[in-house]
Design a protein around this ligand. Structure first.
Ligand code: RP5
Length: 163
């Protein structure tokens, strides 16, 4: 039997994957196993209930949830699991993701969702936050995360160049 991946990436639609794959790419770069699933709060509510209520028992440690528009997925997930949930507002067509952002960030006190920026940057940072959580109890991962950040620092030139 293969070990349960510690990170679950869930998203409301196939159309969210082009955004959420940026979280997956970070996890891959840091050698963190993950699973990715389409779980819609609106279209597959029963799948959401099963995923969220079973997450901790299956061995997941962190959930990254991305959704757009009336983005209930991260909040509903957080309501049904004690695991840390990081919400990624997917950029919507109608309101450029401001609807997604406000839907995710404005959780009432008591059920937190760690909300990231709209779109690709948010997905990438959700991956990095998940890594930071896991690194608290994984020294090897902490070293890889340090190296990732050092490489990012080294890549910044001192003077601008014409592109
Ligand atoms: C949300 O509606 C999804 O998270 C997605 O961002 C948005 C649009 O979904 P599709 O109509 O592309 O399936 O539930």
């Amino acid at each position: 039997m293969t070990a349960q991946a510690p990170v679950g990436i869930i998203m409301g639609s196939q159309s969210d994957w082009r955004t959420m794959k940026h979280a997956a790419e970070v996890l891959e770069a840091l050698e963190i196993p993950f699973e990715a699933r389409i779980v819609s709060a609106h279209r597959t509510p029963q799948r959401l209930v099963e995923y969220a209520t079973q997450a901790r028992g299956r061995g997941l440690k962190v959930i990254i949830a991305g959704a757009g528009g009336a983005a209930h997925l991260p909040g509903m997930t957080a309501a049904m699991t004690p695991l840390p949930v990081f919400g990624v507002p997917v950029q919507s067509k109608a309101l450029s993701g401001q609807d997604s952002l406000l839907s995710i960030v404005q959780m009432p006190g008591g059920i937190p969702v760690g909300t990231l920026a709209i779109g690709e940057a948010g997905a990438k940072n959700a991956g990095l936050l998940a890594a930071a959580v896991l690194a608290l109890s994984d020294a090897a991962l902490a070293g890889r995360l340090d190296a990732y950040r050092a490489a990012q620092t080294d890549a910044v030139g001192e003077e601008p160049v014409d592109e």
